[in-house]
Every structure is written in structure tokens, then in C-alpha cells.
Write a protein that binds this ligand. Structure first.
Ligand SMILES: *Cc1c(COP(=O)(O)O)cnc(C)c1O
Length: 410
């Protein structure tokens, strides 16, 4: 978002006009920013065969999927429904990696029937899979290296108490199952969470996967998941992609030469590709001074952007309507009948009722985690493509709330 002559714009499109034309609350995404992020990753791992699978749970609008497809990414799907979405968006089955957690064999079979790549994350399913498919369908195995990513157990998935993946310490057991059923393991996978700060953490997990690779002779790729950070606050430490990229590429090439074959290096970024491309625009309904606090109450809440309440996530907020206003301190809150505080003690240009506020970093886990709680409509979505704003999801109506409800006659 840029400020020029007193007006904020996104890729040249006036933000207040967006709010006016499409109404609020609304998610706005910049296709250009997504492409920039994609390029950054694509160029960060010199000299290796890189495979990027967009983790579509971050933002799953079909147009965003099509955009990623046009960039040349594959898709990381965590549910059969995301697999279907990906196929609908035009991905080839072979471009989709299905990485579920805790699903039934039935759902895995549905994915196999769609022809997508399968990532297995527990030994029970691996045994059932082996008994039924043997070496007919190649698989990837999700390993939990027990590396603590960041310090937040809410978003870290690789620690010792995590439900994700097959423990690194159980790999001997895995090797036995693989041998018994002649399972074709074509990939090893780890995803340690969403908060990896430096190359060292990444590489520690990678070393364990490299060690594990010795037990699997038919590997084609190694998937290091995601965890690429983006800046939410000013001065936030972000994953230094170039640094990480160089180090990992070097280490990976060395591993490949020891392993005896050139494997593909895969990642599944979600947040990195879409977070910063997104803005969430809301309107200020009320400004309310209490004894202790100045509240700005907006036409949204935890039903539309739950990360601040769920993860204590920080989303920077800008008063788009009053760039020259004096700065004052606000608590920005939602309209849901729960405590739904977006941010405490935020320094905003004076907020007046009717002002449009913009939440930054709203591309990832914004709309995709939205709900109809309080029977509110979910927001509309707009994609800015080649300098033009396109509505890519219309606002809901009361019919959407009633859909699938079966009204009894009594
Ligand atoms: C959520 C998820 C990702 C993406 O994580 P980000 O932090 O959004 O990049 C990648 N892989 C798997 C298996 C996931 O569950």
C-alpha cells in the first residue's frame, strides 16, 4: 500500500474507491505482490531442481490457485476438498501433493483415485496403504524431526508433543513396513511449523532427513515444507530467503552427490506467497471512549480475521481515510458478541466514524479461516490483476446462511 498525494493505493488502485465500489468488509489481494514473492523464492536456490507447491489452505480462492498455476507452482493440499479445488483450478494430478493429517484411509483412497501425490504421516495408514497398494502407488513420508520452530507451540508442528508426522525415532519401524510391503517411497517430507527464523534451524531438520534418506533407495524429491516468515511488524525478523536459499542449496547438492542421484528440492510455502499481498478493509462503525480506553469498533470481527484472537498475531492497521490526522491511541475491536480485539494500543491517525481501516498481511489465513459466526456474512474478495480490481468472491446473502439448513414443519 502506497501513500501518494494523500491517497492510499494498491498497485495503483485507490483504496478508498475499492471500499466504495465493493463495500466493506472486503479482502483485497495484489497479484503482482504474489508474483514478486514467487520470483524471490524461485531464484533463491541456485543450481538445484526446485519444486514449489503452494499451500492453498493459506488462501484458497480459485483465482489465486489459477494464478499460482500460471506462475508454475504445484499445489499442497491438506484435504480432499483442497485436492478437488486444485483440480478444478487446472492443476494436473501429478502437480498436487496431498498432505493430510489424521484422515481416514477412505479419504486417502479418494486422493489416490484422483491420481495426486500422497504424503503419509502415520504408521497405521502406511501399513494399510502397503497392504492394499504395495508398490503400485508411490508415496511420500512425512517425518517429524522434532525441531522446535520459533517458540510458539500453537503454530509449530515439529516439536515432541506434535501430532504431525512420523517420529524420526520411528524410522526403523517405517523401513520395516516399507520393506515388508515393497512400498515405493519417492519422497521424504518435513514441515516444522510456520515460524522458522534462520537457516540453522532449517538445516538441523534437513540433516535428519538426509540421514533418513539412506534407508530409502528410490527417492525422487525431498520436501522441506514451509516456515518462511514474512514481516508482520516493522523491524520484524523475517526469514532471509537468499541466505537460507544459498545454504540449503549448497548442502542439498552435496547430499545429492552422496546419495548418488539428483533429487528435487521441494517447498510448500503458503504465507510467504500470499500474506503481504493481502489487505483487509473494514469500516469504523463507532468510536467509543470508555474510562480507560478509546475503542474503534469496526464492521468485522473474529468471524473474518481470527488470527489476532487465535494466535495473538499482530496485524498492522492503517487509517486509510485520514492519512493526515493526528495520531491517537486506539483499541481496534470487532462487532462480534465475544471479546474480539484486533489490536490494543494502536497508534492510528485519528479515527472518525465511517473511516476505512486497512489490516496489513491479510492474504494468508484471513478469508480462509473466516466463518459465519453470529450469522454474519463472510467478506467479499477482490483481486488486483494488471492494475485492475476484479471481484473474485461476491458478498454473501441471508440465503447463504440458510443454505443446507432443513427447516422442519412443526
Ligand atoms: C500450512 C502448511 C504449509 C504452509 O505453511 P505457511 O506457514 O503458510 O507457509 C505447508 N505445508 C504444510 C503441510 C502445511 O500444513
Amino acid at each position: 500500500m502506497k501513500l501518494n498525494n494523500g491517497r492510499y493505493t494498491i498497485d495503483g488502485v485507490d483504496v478508498l474507491e475499492l471500499a466504495e465500489n465493493f463495500d466493506t468488509p472486503i479482502y483485497v489481494y495484489s497479484a503482482e505482490k504474489m508474483h514478486d514473492q514467487f520470483k524471490t523464492l524461485q531464484e533463491a536456490f541456485p543450481g538445484v531442481k526446485l519444486g514449489l507447491h503452494y499451500a492453498c489452505k493459506a488462501l484458497s480462492n480459485i483465482n489465486v490457485l489459477k494464478l499460482m498455476k500460471s506462475f508454475g507452482t504445484g499445489l499442497d493440499a491438506v484435504s480432499i476438498q483442497e485436492v478437488w479445488l486444485g483440480l478444478k483450478a487446472g492443476f494436473e494430478p501429478s502437480e498436487i501433493l496431498y498432505t493430510p493429517n489424521g484422515v481416514s484411509m477412505d479419504e486417502i483412497e479418494m486422493a489416490i483415485n484422483e491420481g495426486v501425490k500422497i504424503n503419509i504421516d502415520n504408521i497405521s495408514i502406511l501399513e494399510q496403504f502397503g497392504a492394499k497398494y504395495g508398490n503400485k502407488v508411490p508415496v511420500c513420508i512425512r517425518v517429524n524431526p522434532h525441531i522446535m520452530a520459533g517458540g510458539n507451540t500453537k503454530i509449530s508442528t515439529g516439536h515432541i508433543d506434535s501430532k504431525f508426522g512420523i517420529s524420526y525415532y520411528q524410522l526403523r519401524h517405517v523401513e520395516r513396513v516399507v520393506k515388508l510391503y515393497d512400498i515405493n517411497v519417492e519422497g521424504l517430507h518435513m514441515h516444522t511449523g510456520s515460524d522458522i527464523l534462520d537457516a540453522e534451524v532449517f538445516l538441523r531438520g534437513a540433516e535428519l532427513l538426509f540421514e533418513a534418506a539412506a534407508g530409502f533407495k528410490d527417492l525422487r524429491y525431498m520436501d522441506f515444507g514451509s516456515g518462511f516468515k514474512v514481516a508482520y511488524k516493522e523491524n520484524d525478523i523475517t526469514t532471509n530467503i537468499k541466505d537460507i536459499g544459498n545454504k540449503i542449496a549448497e548442502r542439498f547438492k552435496k547430499f545429492c552427490s552422496e546419495y548418488g542421484r539428483e533429487l528435487e528440492l521441494w517447498f510448500e510455502p503458503g504465507k510467504f506467497l500470499v500474506s503481504e499481498s493481502g489487505f483487509f478493509l473494514v469500516k469504523t462503525n463507532v468510536v467509543k471512549q470508555t474510562t480507560s480506553t478509546m475503542f474503534a469498533g469496526v464492521d468485522s470481527g473474529l468471524n473474518h480475521l481470527i488470527r489476532p484472537m487465535l494466535y495473538d498475531a499482530y496485524h498492522h492497521i492503517t487509517n486509510v481515510s485520514n492519512p493526515q490526522g493526528v495520531e491517537r491511541i486506539y483499541a481496534v475491536v470487532g462487532y462480534i458478541c465475544e471479546t474480539d480485539t484486533f489490536g490494543w494500543d494502536r497508534k492510528l491517525n485519528e479515527v472518525r466514524e465511517g473511516d476505512i481501516l486497512a489490516f496489513h498481511n491479510a492474504g494468508a489465513y484471513g478469508f480462509s479461516m473466516a466463518s459465519n459466526y453470529n450469522s454474519r456474512f463472510r467478506p467479499a474478495e477482490v483481486l488486483i490483476l494488471d492494475g485492475k480490481a476484479h471481484l473474485i468472491r461476491k458478498r454473501e446473502t441471508i440465503q447463504d446462511i440458510l443454505n443446507n439448513q432443513i427447516e422442519l414443519n412443526f
